[in-house]
Write a protein that binds this ligand. Sequence first.
Ligand code: ATP
Ligand code: MG
Ligand code: MG
Ligand code: MG
Length: 562
Amino acid sequence: MKQSQMLIPTLKENPADAEIKSHQLLVRAGYIRQIASGIYSFLPIGRRVLNKVENIVREEMEKIGAHEMIMPALEPSELWKETGRWTTFGSELMRINDRHQREFALGATHEEVITSIVRNEVKSYKQLPLTVFQIQNKFRDEARPRFGLLRGREFLMKDAYSFNDSYESLDETYQKMFDAYSNVFRRCGLNFRAVIADSGAMGGKDTHEFMVLSEVGEDVIAYSDTSRYAANIEMAPVVTTYEKSSEKPKTLEKVATPDQKTMKDVADFLGHELHKGLKSILFNVDDRFVMVVTRGDHEVNDVKLKNLYDADMVELATEEDSRRLIGAGFGSLGPVHVPEEVEVVADFAVEALVNVSCGANEEGFHFTNATPERDFKVNQYADLRFIQEGDPSPDGEGKIVFARGIEVGHVFKLGEFYSERMNATFLNDQGKAKTMIMGSYGIGVSRTLAAIVEQFHDERGITWPANIAPFQVHLLSLNPKKAEQKELADQLYETLQQAGIDVLYDDRKERAGVKFADSDLFGVPLRITVGKRASEGIVEVKERASGDQKDMEQNDIVEYVR
Ligand code: ATP
Ligand code: MG
Ligand code: MG
Ligand code: MG
């Protein structure tokens, strides 16, 4: 393709609102443009890279016998009411009315739609198992759309849904999906981990998230440095030091036992909901300080809460701060002034303060469930602490490492949640009606694209892995005004195209410096420059990622590129 004919608007400066590399580079290199907060257009080369990711996903789905379909973005509220999610999904679900005031959701996910189709069309165990998928824009009114494609309000997702006649059969489908996901992210060149995840409100059994390791990830994962063990931090085991407990607490209602294994288990035990996506808890330590375990930096009642996962696992507020926090929770159980952006954090933090007291010694943190007293006393020694870096991995192999992760995929055993509520049944081999067993499997296609850029860039621009790059070759004619340069470049362009090689041809009347800078920014893996030695039939070949370059005979080019 000729660059002179393409819409590839490049920028010298980073857009003001773009905080992370993938957002900056995809905008600067002319791949995407923002239309509104969390809403993007993909310009022609953006469409090309998105196609690459999409096609990898499509191929891996088809390999395991899943077939593609298209479902509407407009979903009637009646379906969502059948499962109760019209209410429970909350404000992330975008809703609109038609001219007759009928309510619709803009598809945030499609479990209800697919279940309504399958319950009508699939009647017998002979038609199961069945897996379908879609690659479509989904809509979620995210509280904080940010980081460009990483958290959009309209974004491209591959979602697959499976229907099985037994849990054993679901296990098989799940494993196939798990392997297909591993293939997808491997083919995208990504450094990722499949982590044990929290099944949350839907109460399904197994669920794994696929996390791309990256500093800008919003999740924290704990993984073994030598084995495949990896868990979202909220599902990582709490380390028990129970036998070392010394004093018996005075007003102890419950003591966590070694069975309470994960952070979520502990929260359940203490009677708290660990808010989805939230890792924040306040502990009173030594009756003097409040220790805050939180995600991100926040401010509650003028007290700054520091991101503990970034810090050294322990961050103490001052004594005065701790009184202010305790006061907030204890005086009247609220109301507490909470700035909007820390809403969820504070909910849980205050609740935790009211109901939980903790102690700490050099071994770690100690939880009990205490009745509030005004003068806050520490009831000690339930002897649990969160897993830390350097702890032995729970599978016995290697040591735990913490890292940040970008959730690019999620596989989930749904069980009967949807099929039961929506009455999706089939007749088994004895002619008996049974509820279908379901699974759902999502990949954030546009998010994956951004995650790739997070892992593949340098100070000059993007360094696409070959599988994802918008073109195989970027052909530059440095000075098209010179006849011999233009001629050779035109000729090479023809030859490469005839050889079936995807080539972007910079035939623009621009300065050489501009062409080089743009080329580095786009990140096409191989650059061929037609310049001064054109008359000898010699061009320069340069690898974008390594920077290796050499001069080459024009006749050797096709062979070399292949
Ligand atoms: P997150 O925890 O980041 O909000 P999620 O758990 O809500 O994601 P799922 O419902 O599991 O997302 O959706 C499947 C996949 O869709 C996710 O694994 C992620 O890759 C992608 N995804 C979800 N929300 C967004 C978004 N706002 N922008 C881009 N991709 C998204
Ligand atoms: Mg979400
Ligand atoms: Mg998630
Ligand atoms: Mg998820």
